[in-house]
Ligand binder design. Structure first.
Ligand code: GN1
Ligand code: MG
Length: 375
């Protein structure tokens, strides 16, 4: 979805979309929120007749990525309802600790505009912020705890009812096969320029299957996982620094606990941004690694099995390898999936993540020792 590209007046379009939702008062402000590589988000502010303002998050669902937006919303509605119940039972504040979907006036959890684009609205959680980089180590402990708690709260969710909104999303075995298929096809003639990078994946193709194979053998269970545990998908309370709420629930699906853990490590414990091109800056910050691990393991103890906990460091290594391959695949295919902001952006991201894999390989014993310490 990129309505700006279609030459339409976005303000008019948003007013039209918003008129289908029962928001409090009239729309007074729309601000785009630039974050994430997939969906487009706006913060809406309305003012009611008493002069009080209300905030909402308006999003389009990217249909290239999510082929069936209705399934995405079905999962999100079910999961947020479950979280809400659990948070109330635990004496928490469900309006701040979980996302709240605003249903459209026709009772649906989304609105489809005249071009067939899907829109949804959440309450905007006030007094909390998301961050692209870690401000202090304690925040990361809290984030680890929040992502761990997310899985724990969903432990009794009927997992079989979840729709696979992106089939095989973290099937790292299939991801590797898809990557090599794209190399074979070479639809943009870019393969000749990335031969050493491709070799990197050939060497590691087998280890990418490690956890998927363990799951197939019955050694690892499927959990209700978030599947996109980037640090900026956690809202941190401005007042307390607590990780308040897990957001971006589009990819909630059955998955492996180790990949939720690992994807968060990949993003938050890296010493550089995901697209940093000075690769000498990219390594794992072991202090942040430990903080996140302590929080995550603390929140999941008694719930995750011993084998699951033992596979956490592999989760970090393999999910980083997966993402490196996805970025390079998208570069090879002409940048159709991840939004880019400059030429070769996906290639830069791929090289960055490959460097991070190398760093994790070097520090793997240390990563395992730290994880073991908290088990
Ligand atoms: C995408 O759009 P965003 O940032 O929430 C992607 C994740 C990647 C991430 C890499 C549905 O997430 O899998 O890890 O980019 N989401 C999807 O930054 O593919
Ligand atoms: Mg996402």
């Amino acid at each position: 979805m990129h309505c700006e590209n279609k030459g339409e007046n976005i303000t008019e379009l948003i007013s039209e979309v918003v008129s289908h939702f029962p928001l409090a008062g009239r729309l007074v402000d729309v601000t785009p929120i630039v974050q994430g590589h997939i969906n487009t988000t706006y913060r809406l502010v309305t003012e009611d007749e008493n002069g009080e303002s209300h905030s909402y998050a308006l999003q389009t669902i990217n249909k290239y990525v999510f082929k069936n937006p209705e399934d995405v919303m079905e999962n999100i509605c079910a999961v947020t309802a479950h979280l809400r119940k659990k948070i109330i039972e635990a004496g928490g504040d469900p309006d701040r600790e979980a996302l709240t979907v605003i249903f459209a006036k026709d009772g649906k959890s989304y609105y489809v505009d005249h071009r067939g684009e899907y829109w949804r609205i959440y309450h905007f959680i006030r007094g909390a912020s998301t961050y692209d980089t870690v401000q202090n180590a304690r925040h990361l402990y809290n984030a680890g705890y929040a992502f761990g708690r997310f899985q724990t709260l969903l432990a009794d969710f009927p997992i079989h009812t979840l729709k696979h909104t992106i089939p095989d999303f973290h099937n790292t075995k299939k991801r590797m096969a898809d990557f090599f298929a794209a190399v074979e096809k070479d639809e943009c003639g870019r393969v000749k320029d990335v031969l050493p990078e491709i070799e990197f994946f050939r060497k590691r193709a087998e280890e990418a299957s490690r956890l998927v194979d363990m799951q197939a053998m019955g050694l690892l269970p499927l959990r209700v996982t978030h599947n996109d545990t980037k640090y900026n998908n956690i809202m941190i309370d401005d007042a307390t620094g607590e990780a308040l709420c897990v957001i971006d629930l589009d990819t909630v699906m059955p998955g492996l606990a180790a990949y939720d853990y690992g994807d968060a490590i990949r993003f938050a414990a890296s010493t550089a941004a995901e697209d940093e091109t000075d690769l000498s800056k990219v390594t794992v910050d072991m202090h942040l690694f430990e903080q996140f691990t302590a929080g995550f393991v603390g929140a999941t103890t008694g719930f995750l099995t011993k084998t699951e906990l033992e596979t956490l460091p592999w989760g970090a290594r393999i999910i980083t390898l997966e993402l490196a391959s996805r970025f390079l695949k998208d570069h090879i295919e002409g940048d159709k999936y991840f939004r880019i902001h400059r030429p070769n952006h996906n290639l830069d991201r791929a090289r960055n993540q490959m460097k991070l894999v190398l760093e994790m390989e070097k520090r793997f014993d240390e990563m395992c020792a730290i994880t073991a310490k908290y088990m």
